[in-house]
Design a protein around this ligand. Sequence first.
Ligand code: CMP
Length: 482
Amino acid sequence: MTADRSSQRNRFLLFIFATVVGLLAVYLFYRFKDLLSTSLTPMLGAQAAKDSLRIPELILLSLLAFLGVRAVSTLIFDLLFRFRRGYEAPTLVRNIFSLISFTALFVLIFNRIYKEVDLGAPFTTSAIFGVIIGLALQDTLGNFFAGISLHADRPFQVGDVIVVGPLKHTGVIESITWRAIKIRTFQNHIVLVSNSNAAREAIEVAPRDNLNARLVFFGTLYTDSPAKTIHVVREAVRDADNVSEKITPIVRIRNLGDSSIEWEVKYWLDDYAKYNDTDALVRQRIWYALRRSGLTFAFPTRTLHLERKAITRPVTVEEQIADRLSAVDVFAPLSSEELHQLATATVGHVFAPGETLIRAGDEGSSMFVVHNGRVAVQVADKGGPRTVAVLSEGNFFGEMALFTGEPRTANVVALEETEVLEIGHAAMKHIFETNPSLAESISWTIAERQAALAAGSAQASQNSIQEPAGLLASIRRFFSLR
Ligand code: CMP
């Protein structure tokens, strides 16, 4: 962007410099024309001296005309077009304007200097000349007029994604010239499709200021509920980056196939030029969402049995979970038998990087232990989300809503692929009954976290911080403990 600016400024300075030099040269030429003519007369004779001065005059005036045309074209196309119409003037229109204006000015200057020469004669009288030019420029003229007709229609502009040409080239339009449309493909190659080819073929355009949609396909087992699949996939997709919030994604059955329910997801993109990445992200989100909800991608029937086993099994084996829970500081007082009981009561979930695990303000009746990966605890701030803590393996979160019955206090977002173990209300109640000291250590953690939240927030009142003793009493009440 800055390099663009500085090269623009250099071009502008060069232009001003050339204009000043041009004007000065014209001024000096006319100022000393008579003097030059008289000093050349003894050498060449009067008529030849005059004639020899006509050539530099023609060159100098043509140079001025060229600079004048450049100035006017910049004024019209760079400034007016961009401000009044909001898009860049097409290169083709610009070039035609410059060519016609300069030719007209040149003919005027030429006629003024060489009054005795009729410029039109060779063009109007020579049919052979016309045929030669016509044949030589057949393709070029074809492209040129195809370019004009494309511009007249204005079906696309720079920045749009198009599919064009007999080979169905796909990419973002970089420029449209009098000869061709220049496209940058998604492999970062440049493709030039000649205007005449483009005008002959159907062109698919995804305008840059339009909400363009994409379709992504997947298949699930016949045993999975379609209503649940629609809900789970829609929620996972609408959350992904670059999926427009203006239109809710549509999840629908496109076919009842031989071995699967075949689905399509239609979603709209903020920036269509990034559709490859967004398609991939949407597929990734679908995978994670299906996995978490116990829904299954369809496979050929012979692998079905094996895959089913994998789904009904917990994310990790019970010993590993018990091991993980034993490393959580608040669970340290639990016996190994209690840890195993707790481990069997947990449910494993895996989240993609960037997915939200907990949303501030939601109701919550479970807490989570990070098994693998990392999550960020974030609160809304004026300038966007502010991270108050990063939790990794062995840390827990979600305990505040679970133990106090209040809404969730913060967003918790996965920073990388993260596997968490969910512990519900019933499992905790059972543990509390046999380990009354646990409620106390948890109330300390909650009090500390409440204080950290209040310290970073301008709005949070001191009233929202509870004393550990008060917290302990409300946990006991909430869990109906003695
Ligand atoms: P809960 O309010 O249920 O949901 C959001 C969770 O973020 C919250 O429980 C805590 O587990 C966690 N959390 C909030 N504040 C902090 C903090 N300051 N440090 C660590 N974790 C926190």
